[in-house]
Design a protein around this ligand. Sequence first.
Ligand SMILES: [Cu+2]
Length: 755
Amino acid sequence: MTPRRITLLFLLVCLSLSSARLHPLDPLTPSEISSIRRIIKNSSLGSSKSLTFQYVGLDEPDKSEVFSWLSGHAAPPRRAFVIARSDRQTHEIYVDISKHSITSDKVYNGFGYPMLNIEEQVEASALPLKYDPFIESVKKRGEELKDVVCTTFSVGWFGEAKQGKRLLKILCFLTGNTVNFYARPLEGITVVVDLDAMEIVEYEDRFSVPVPKSVGTDYRASKQKPPFGPKTNKPGMVVQPEGKGFEIDGHTIRWANWAFHLGYDVRAGSIISLASIQENDNGAHRRVLYRGYVSELFVPYMDPSEEWYYKTFFDAGEFGFGLSMSSLEPMADCPTNAAFMDVYFANQDGKPFRIRNALCVFERYAGDASWRHTEIGIPNEVITEVRQEVSLIVRMVSTVGNYDYVIDWEFKTGGSIKLGVSLTGILEVRAAPFAHVDQITNDEHGTLIAENTIGVYHDHFITYYLDLDIDGSNNSFVKSKLKTVRVADGETPRKSYWTLIKETAKTEADARIEIGSESAELLVINPNKKTKLGNSIGYRLISNGATAASLLTDDDHPQIRASYSKKQVSLTGILEVRAAPFAHVDQITNDEHGTLIAENTIGVYHDHFITYYLDLDIDGSNNSFVKSKLKTVRVADGETPRKSYWTLIKETAKTEADARIEIGSESAELLVINPNKKTKLGNSIGYRLISNGATAASLLTDDDHPQIRASYSKKQVWLTAYNKSEKWAAGLYADEGRGDDNLAVWSQRYEAASH
Ligand SMILES: [Cu+2]
């Protein structure tokens, strides 16, 4: 959100095209960016005094052109797509770089505006400092103008029917003797800038709140008084005595059994293309992912008040996830064994600039095993085999205002690709007149995190574009649903089992998935390719916990703009096997309760339910279990431009039944707190239980005997009072046990006792 203070190195030398053949998906080179600028400056637009470049990127060739080039045909022409502003109009310009010509220039007449560039944000941020009413407001607060810094915030859309102006809001903060100005907002002031006129068109100073002192919040190590956190005295480093295991050839990276193209874009940041994996037997590469990148980040805040309601950012589309890339610090952002890559974008004037070391690539070895087995079943022999887990990471960091997003693409030798997002940086806070939680009587839309400082509730929705091309471009989306089957009495001692029902999505609507809403595996398969045994070839989408759906009402304007955020998908050991008389899937006519994984071999469907005993004693033995539920609140019409927000409702479990939780059944945070201890500000002290994706409930029927023995496997969290004898979820005597002394039974016992 803020103009970044990184050094932008302008390329003064006009590089001639290097002799190396460009890959059709290579990002625009600095010399291409210069050519594009020349071509546009030489056109009729060139005479416009107000011409600015808002987006300059590769006009990606069609897939068919790329594949044709890969099979040895001529490269498609290098083309660029440019969004420029001139005389209050948005131009969509296509440029043929090789022909030095503009192929089309169309004025866009819709409601939206292009991405902001850095220069206009810097210019707009400086306006309040020369604006008399603002200077007055600073004085009135007893602060000095020299301590004030301002940054930019997109204004959003709140139902206005008419075409608006290209506006930006400016918020100001105090630095003084700290660089952590986000912790010191000048609350109550709204500055609106018309970007085309580059002037303040609206100004309001509604109220003032004490600026948080934010003592000790300067994060620079040099400003931290020792002791600074727990010491790890013996820092480690990654050493690869034989060198790096990957090779970078232009933008193509080859490592282990993977090959892919690493590009970038000013809006998306890093882009992975043409990821393919090498076959063991014949060395041929099989296609997996045609193109993948971060497509949007929606960040709505939950405070509907005048100064905060509009904070509903689209970090990629408004501020540029690529434009906000940070130079990575060797040995800190990326390990010692990393290779770095610079990126080049166009500035406001269309000239190329570089962000040094914006991407890094490295092999990760964290001392984990990817597969292991110890075999003691063969008399007089112990066989142990362990394989190292090594993967390849492509990393970028995008710093959008206060937040730093770390985006990882992780490639594993087993064939999987893992998308990693971590958020760090600084919280955006609101100044408020509270020094203790007890002073708060209304919903303050956040948590008192320091004196006079509220951390405002908000979400981050990160959306990926994934064009999977598994073994070819023709792919299907399949939901593999787990369905409980009840067995007819007497047929078997079992009463139930689960099996798989595969459903292929026929329309896009079939492929809008709310993760966790049903027991289903999400597969992308190639319907025209099969393994030798006749099984489908594809990839499974595995969510790793942090999925969420937006809680805003459907008619709230930020939600209309990000309506996609209601759904999450728009589209080790030795397996125990059973011998079976099949050599091909086509021979199977009944439910064989598994998958034909090799000739005459069925891998039987099964679950692993792992139950932990956790006796938390947070700051003492007396702890409570609290559900912190996220609840949508609808705003009365006219009160604020927003129609909804979410807030937290805290419920302390009174009985064991209150603390039986099905994770994902509601939007709730699970906390274990010490009710007798508080922070200085009056907040609870506790730990949060965070589930990391692989939670499940058993699908067996309640009266099936295995389920009676493991009746606790229907819920993921159980809370019981301390009882020394209650150690083993399945009871002390699990073998042949009957479920009369298990976790679920203990829970009921307490319930009976407490009523
Ligand atoms: Cu956040």
